[in-house]
Design a protein around this ligand. Structure first.
Ligand code: ZN
Length: 245
């Protein structure tokens, strides 16, 4: 074999080995793992991170937090990444005959407080806490959440929104733009909120695809939810009490 061919072969082998090392190193990054879903290291804590997890247990460190940059889109304001993704999503939905309107985006701590007070006055504390956040605990304050609606206003901010054209379109497609249905049905014990098919949260297309694909919540994706341990075995023990019929 000519000498230059051998040199070329060695060079190719070297590249393959380096590529393999890079791949293995990538796999070795810290990840959050949930049921086979892995995500590369993400910042779930900083309010400026698109991955931040804000809920009743994890309020914003600064209750008066305001994102550094807010962009107006469709009559609301969102952080730049979320605003651009929302505008693209609304355009694509419209191209397929579905009109998605933005009902609410970024909210200041003050406007969140007013909203929460209004709900408390209308429905009482318990209901208000299941449908609206306290100031400093709302994703809307991060500029990453948008409530969407139908152009005719049908099922606005109601669970039946899932059955409207924009509700169904968002449930099937929002993840491609980096949005998730943040409060899915049946996950109130994890998210702290009742089902909100209208509340979309921007987390970026990679995370959104994984969360949507696995059918999990952001809390589970971030490794922040511990399922309750299995109930004790029902096998009768020495001191087991016979159930009374
Ligand atoms: Zn919302």
């Amino acid at each position: 074999m000519p000498r230059q061919h051998i040199t070329t072969h060695i060079a190719i082998l070297g590249c393959v080995c380096l590529g393999l090392l890079a791949y293995l190193f990538h796999l070795d990054q810290p990840v959050s793992v949930y049921a086979g879903t892995t995500s590369t290291a993400q910042d779930f804590d900083s309010p400026g991170s698109v991955s931040v997890v804000v809920n009743k247990q994890r309020p914003l460190g600064d209750p008066g937090y305001v994102p550094a940059v807010l962009i107006e889109t469709g009559g609301i304001s969102l952080r730049q990444e979320a605003a651009e993704a929302f505008a693209q999503m609304a355009r694509d939905a419209e191209a397929s005959g579905v009109a998605i309107t933005a009902v609410s985006g970024f909210r200041t701590a003050e406007s969140q407080a007013r909203l929460h007070d209004a709900y408390t006055g209308r429905y009482g504390t318990e209901v208000a806490e299941s449908i609206s956040a306290l100031p400093g605990q709302s994703e809307h304050q991060t500029g990453l959440a948008v409530d969407i609606g139908a152009s005719g206003g049908e099922c606005s901010l109601k669970a039946c929104f899932e059955g409207t054209a924009p509700g169904a379109w968002a449930a099937a497609n929002a993840q491609r733009y980096g949005f998730i249905i943040r409060y899915p049905a049946g996950a109130e014990h994890i998210t702290g909120y009742a089902y909100e098919p209208w509340h979309l949260r921007y987390v970026g297309p990679d995370a959104a695809g994984k969360i949507h694909g696995a059918g999990i919540t952001l809390e589970e994706y971030a490794g922040l939810y511990e399922p309750p341990s299995a109930p004790p075995s029902s096998a009768p023990g020495k001191n087991a009490v016979e159930p009374v019929p």
